[in-house]
Design a protein around this ligand. Structure first.
Ligand code: C5P
Length: 238
């Protein structure tokens, strides 16, 4: 079960990141690096995680012309990403190119490359901003579903989905995609800026394969105990 928890390393300071990873010792397997910490610490943070045999979810949300994405994905595999994200809005050709990048890595090194996840519509968008900024006069859910169909066409392995989207995506696509869900909180914890949340157990029940948890672990007085409480919620309550 602990393989299903991805700890988001959204705090500042490489020392703080390494301390958290060490405090969680063997319990935590997966860690998420995003634009903030990867831009700041790049190969140093990757090296620190790999030296500790951790799995890396590189959440850089690639969105560019297909060839650039292919090359970026190849490089991400080379530095040790085990899972990474692309924007589904980049199109079927771009997502297929991401998969080609993984294949090129696997052919060159005879090793398994990263799993590719598609991000559909960011949760910071709503129906109004979708129309104003992307000129799409549609419900968010319909666009999310159509982008997921595109991801399937491109052979993408999984989707990042909010707690609200996971059940409908599972209903349509069954077990085809691995689903990674952020916005996870225990009933007792602070929601921070997350508007809609689910408990770890609810996320599993609604079909999430992985949950992403940041502040409830890294901003806690006792990160290891917080991680264990999340695990307990998944193992015992569920
Ligand atoms: O601290 P918290 O648990 O809210 O962190 C959630 C993580 O998941 C953050 O890294 C955030 O950027 C990411 N995320 C999210 N909602 C999305 C996509 C990603 O919270 N829709």
């Amino acid at each position: 079960m602990r393989n299903k928890i991805i700890v988001a390393l959204d705090m500042r300071g490489l020392d703080n990141i390494v301390k958290l990873v060490d405090d969680l010792n063997d319990k935590a397997v997966w860690f998420k690096l995003g634009a903030v910490n990867f831009t700041a610490y790049s190969d140093r943070v990757i090296k620190a995680l790999k030296e500790r045999n951790k799995k890396i979810f590189l959440d850089l949300k690639y969105h560019d012309i297909p060839n650039t994405v292919k090359e970026a994905v190849f490089s991400a595999c080379e530095i040790g990403a085990d899972m990474l994200t692309v924007h589904a809005i980049g199109g079927v050709d771009m997502m297929s190119a991401a998969k080609d990048g993984v294949k090129a890595y696997e052919d060159k090194y005879s090793k398994k490359g990263a799993k590719i996840l598609a991000v559909t519509i960011l949760t910071s968008f709503n129906k109004q901003t979708l129309k104003r900024d992307m000129f799409l006069d549609r419900d968010v859910e319909g666009v999310v579903t159509d982008l997921a169909y595109n991801a399937k066409k491109a052979g993408i392995d999984g989707l990042v989905a909010s707690p609200q989207e996971t059940p409908v995506l599972k209903k349509i696509f069954g077990g085809y995609f691995s689903i990674v869900t952020p916005g996870i909180r225990l009933p007792s914890s602070n929601k921070d800026d997350q508007k809609r949340v689910m408990t770890p157990c609810e996320a599993l029940k609604s079909g999430s394969d992985y949950i992403v948890v940041g502040r409830p672990i890294y901003a806690s007085d006792n990160p290891l105990r917080s991680f264990e409480n999340i695990l307990k919620n998944m193992e015992e309550v569920c």
